[in-house]
Design a protein around this ligand. Structure first.
Ligand code: RIB
Ligand code: CA
Length: 312
């Protein structure tokens, strides 16, 4: 079976690191490129972190691109309070040695979608949607060539994590999210409703450490750092591993359950800016534009993640 071609768009972020490692460890996927975007931390750090993660995975030949350093319209909001100053706080990190591509990430996305056969490339955004929206706005012809977008972002029953109404990725660039959610592209959304069900419990973190590999050690130490914010805020028994749910969906969609519904983005009211208005009960009559995922087999997710990370 030919491997599925994907482009990852990311703002590492410890949970982004898990997603990138999972993708690079999985032969079912061909990672055409990884695009860094400003989000959890500023762009110079997200692109540097992306290269660190690729080298940790033993894949220094991965093509890494730097993208947009701020949202389409709004000022950048970052999340050092969650991810630390480097964005990958926890373990000591080596300086990356692999090169950064010279092409802008937005142009890489456009050129790749124009070059590859139509409907053969899946976009996997793990951060604010700025790069994706910028590509769609600059080259509308590529929108219809996208196979699928599987993204981490949004919230409905779980409500917001950066404001009472909004999840971070959507909140940082609601205008970009509006472009993507209105694009008509086949869309799968991994909101907090599902990512808050995949928590790094002690047993799961010790399974990372028990690998006895550098990847396992880094994964455990990232989880140890990353969980303190959610444990204090929610009293949960670990941190939600948001972003690897996107890659796990590509590998084992049967782990997840959701509903095809209409989802629109708040882009005007400051009170609810970036809210994903998910019509879960079908009361608006607006056409469905997304598979909004609400539940997951968490043990199955961690079994997949742990088995794959152990391959690196
Ligand atoms: O709200 C969680 C999302 O915001 C995750 O993608 C995390 O990495 C941050 O980007
Ligand atoms: Ca992210």
């Amino acid at each position: 079976m030919t491997a599925r071609k994907i482009i990852i768009d990311t703002d590492p972020g410890q949970d982004d690191a898990f997603a990138i490692l999972l993708a690079l460890a999985s032969p079912e996927l061909t990672v055409l490129g990884i695009c860094a975007v400003a989000g959890n931390v500023p762009l110079p750090l997200t692109e540097k972190n992306t290269r660190i993660i690729c080298e940790l995975a033993g894949k220094p030949q991965t093509r890494v691109f730097s993208g947009c350093d701020r949202p389409l319209k709004r000022p950048l909001v970052t999340a050092e309070h969650v991810h630390g100053k480097t964005g990958l706080d926890g373990p000591a990190l080596p300086e990356p040695t692999m090169p950064l591509e010279s092409q802008h990430a937005v142009d890489f996305i456009i050129d790749t979608l124009r070059r590859e056969p139509a409907h053969s490339v899946t976009l996997c955004p793990l951060g604010p949607l700025t790069n994706i929206a910028a590509a769609f706005l600059k080259a509308p012809d590529v929108v219809g060539r996208v196979q699928q977008i599987v993204l981490m972002g949004g919230a409905y029953f779980e409500v917001g994590n950066i404001t009472p109404a909004a999840e971070f990725n959507i909140y940082v660039d609601p205008d970009a999210a509006d472009v993507v959610f209105k694009s008509g592209v086949n869309l799968v959304v991994m909101p907090l409703d599902v990512t808050h069900k995949v928590l790094t419990t002690r047993k799961r973190v010790e399974a990372f450490r028990a690998m006895g590999t550098e990847v396992g050690r880094m994964a455990a130490e990232w989880a140890d750092f990353f969980e303190r914010f959610d444990m204090e805020k929610y009293g949960s028994e670990g941190a939600p591993l948001h972003d690897p749910t996107v890659i796990a969906y590509l590998l084992k969609p049967e782990l997840f359950k959701g509903r095809h519904i209409n989802v629109e983005i708040e882009t005007t009211s400051e009170l609810t800016m970036g809210m994903t208005v998910a019509d879960w009960w079908g009361v608006t009559g607006r056409p469905a534009n997304a598979l909004f995922v609400g539940s997951v087999d968490a043990d199955g997710f961690f079994a997949l993640l742990t088995e794959r990370l152990a391959r690196l």
